[in-house]
Design a binder for this molecule. Structure first.
Ligand code: IMP
Ligand code: MG
Length: 179
């Protein structure tokens, strides 16, 4: 697995420091508000587990599975909700936790859907963002790192469902995906 990595972008220590920083900011912003922290699976599962343990105030957690593709392979801009949040979100303060903001298409649609259900507030926390790839404007409230337009894996992020269990984030060697 390690042999498929060209370069380590963020080490375990760098990730832990950043997650602690984001957790501290969320703690300060949401004290006494009991936010609902929603992880968009699967890519954010590691980040979610680490982040929520750095939120030092009461909160609830929930999970969603979404797919940005309909039946075909082209991005429709429509999000299919495969697994929904298991509770009412009316009046709640939501924090959406994502692994990476790429085109932004999935998230922008998802935020609209959740807003329409009457959430009191919705903020986005994403570990990574690829600014060069953004196609729609999605405001990021809590950002880990901006990265260049390279395919990264590890710390929850996959290529063909592999590498999610790497404890760091690295750039995949192009030959691995036939580049
Ligand atoms: P988008 O912002 O709607 O284009 O979708 C972002 C999703 O694409 C993320 O949640 C990831 O699952 C996936 N993705 C985008 N870039 C990468 C990458 O570099 N490595 C792994 N997954 C990625
Ligand atoms: Mg993925």
């Amino acid at each position: 697995m390690k042999n498929d990595i060209k370069e380590i972008l963020f080490t375990e220590e760098q990730l832990a420091d950043k997650v602690a920083e984001l957790g501290a900011r969320i703690t300060a912003d949401y004290r006494g508000k009991n936010p609902l922290v929603v992880s968009v699976l699967k890519g954010s599962y590691v980040f979610m587990a680490d982040l929520t343990r750095k939120i030092d105030t009461a909160c609830n957690v929930d999970f969603m599975v979404v797919s940005s593709y309909g039946q075909g392979t082209k991005t429709s801009g429509e999000v299919q909700i495969i697994k929904d949040i298991g509770q009412k979100i009316e009046g709640r303060d939501l924090i959406i936790v994502e692994d990476i903001l790429d085109s932004g298409v999935t998230l922008s649609y998802l935020m609209k859907v959740l807003q329409a259900r009457g959430a009191n507030s919705i903020r986005l926390c994403t570990l990574l963002s690829k600014p060069e790839r953004h196609r729609v404007e999605v405001p990021i409230d809590y950002l880990g790192f901006e990265i260049p337009d390279e395919f990264v894996v590890g710390y929850g992020l996959d290529y063909a469902e592999k590498y999610r269990n790497l404890p760091y984030i690295g750039i995949l060697k192009p030959e691995v995906y036939g580049g």
